[in-house]
Design a protein around this ligand. Structure first.
Ligand code: FE2
Length: 457
């Protein structure tokens, strides 16, 4: 276990932000792999001589690797939001718990928040956005990674979460945003591939909580409210950092709120035993109601985000089958190896899937083995790319291949602690166990990234 004072190498600031430049390629990149991988994560862990309290409070960095059918170019830039620029001008923090209490309250009173974009990237209509849990969409230029303006696309009134989900068959991306107040409200949004975005409505949460991810199927939006409670008073008076604002309260149990797309104002709430989740893998409609798959933690922790190896409770891939007629929820464990950052083929988002890709962690003889794993749910099999010792994977990003309907390339941004640099591994999704087809190397370490996306651009 690491000492309390040691800093994970993944939690250091990006040392050299840069625009697109050629990257060193080892192996042979597939000719058919064309497009850009985008990743987002915290980018600055120290500013103005102060280390930030938690990765969730960091100004973001967006990293991109552009594949052109043989070569690759890479870029990594800090998200220079309006809030970031105001802080640069002031020479001090004005937002988050790193700011003085007075500055923090002044920003809050003007209803101003910093759009750090430190959690995920989102592509819609060839526009690139860096997202965070509680802010507007921070637009970036996909060609240069320069920071543009933050936007609510004309419909977002509060926040636009970092986990939008597209339902392939509906050609529509859905998302939610949380608004805290006397009650916690969850706003729901739809962004069609073609057409204008809209606000679908608002659902009232049973208590003030943290909502990180949600799910969308062809018929329902499904919200998770876990037994984690926000200390609203503490948040309002600007006391404490993000780790001190939320409390695990297992006695509350967990809720899955099923919102019919054709009856937004008539949600159904399912009560479950306490658990926590950061990420769903997918959801689909079954005969009696929706099924949701997610990585289930026995409890909530904000520690160790982005650390090299976990020491807290580990998550297991789990399915909950909801029965809309009887009002019951049945839970099944799907896979024995702890995993998170699960992904399914983009063609199957919101529809029945048989395969999940995820980041895995196994403990064998007191050694933690980190992997990128394909889990075949129907056949009960799995295949793993076991990373070399000291290499740390991130969320796998799936790129559909033309070879067959289910075939994918798997792109994974890996940190190699033995050489202190990061690289993207390009894997054949059907043959993960063979290791990368090629690797594409930055000349520096990229700080931890949480989520990303791929676009043929
Ligand atoms: Fe996430």
């Amino acid at each position: 276990m690491r000492s309390a004072n040691s800093v994970s190498p993944l939690l250091r600031s990006l040392s050299r932000p840069h625009g697109f430049e050629p990257l060193r390629v080892e192996g042979r990149l597939p000719e058919s792999l064309r497009g850009t991988l985008f990743r987002a994560g915290p980018g600055l862990f120290e500013r103005f001589g102060t280390r930030i309290a938690h990765a969730f409070e960091a100004d973001g960095a967006v990293t991109a690797v552009r594949f052109d059918g043989g070569g690759a170019q890479g870029a990594s830039r800090i998200v220079e939001s309006a809030g970031y620029r105001a802080e640069e001008r002031a020479g001090r923090f004005l937002y988050t718990s790193s700011a003085s209490w007075l500055d923090r309250m002044r920003s809050a009173s003007k209803d101003m928040a910093k759009t750090t974009g430190n959690t995920s990237t989102f592509l819609w209509k060839d526009r690139l956005f860096a997202l965070m849990e509680n802010g507007l969409l921070q637009e970036m230029d996909p060609a240069t990674l320069e920071t543009l303006d933050a936007t609510g696309l004309g419909v977002v009134t509060g926040a636009f979460s970092a986990h939008p989900h597209r339902v392939a068959s509906l050609r529509t991306t859905f998302n939610f945003g949380v608004r805290y107040g006397r009650k916690m409200n969850i706003d729901l949004y739809a962004l069609p591939d073609d057409g204008e975005p809209s606000k679908l409505g608002t659902v009232e949460a049973p208590w003030q909580s943290m909502v990180h991810d949600f799910m969308a199927t062809e018929r329902h939006l499904i919200l998770f409210v876990g037994p984690v409670q926000l200390n609203l008073l503490r948040a309002m008076v600007g006391l404490g950092d993000v780790t001190q604002l939320f409390r695990w309260r297992p006695e509350l149990g967990a809720r899955l709120i099923v919102v019919p797309l054709d009856a937004i104002h008539s949600p159904r709430t399912f009560e479950l035993a306490p658990f926590w989740l950061w990420h769903f893998s997918n959801a689909f409609e079954d005969a009696d109601g929706p099924c949701v798959d997610f990585c289930r933690y026995p409890e909530f922790s904000l520690g160790e985000i982005g650390e090299m190896e976990s020491t807290g409770p580990l998550p297991l891939l789990t399915r909950v089958k909801l029965d809309l007629k009887s009002g019951t929820a049945r839970e099944t464990k799907l896979f024995d190896v702890p995993c998170d950052f699960p992904q399914v083929h983009p063609r199957l988002h919101g529809a029945r899937h048989g395969t999940v890709f995820a980041q895995t962690e196994r403990n064998v003889m007191d050694r933690n083995i980190l992997g990128v794993t394909r889990i075949d749910l129907d056949r009960g099999r799995s295949a793993e790319w076991e990373l070399p010792a000291g290499h740390v994977p991130s969320e796998p990003v799936l790129v559909p291949r033309e070879a067959s309907q289910d075939a994918t390339f798997v792109l994974d941004l890996v940190f190699d602690s033995t050489t202190d640099h990061s690289y993207v591994a390009v894997l054949d999704g059907e043959h993960l166990e063979d290791g990368p087809l090629a690797t594409v190397h930055f000349d520096q370490a990229i700080p931890v990234t949480f989520h990303g996306s791929f676009a043929a651009m």
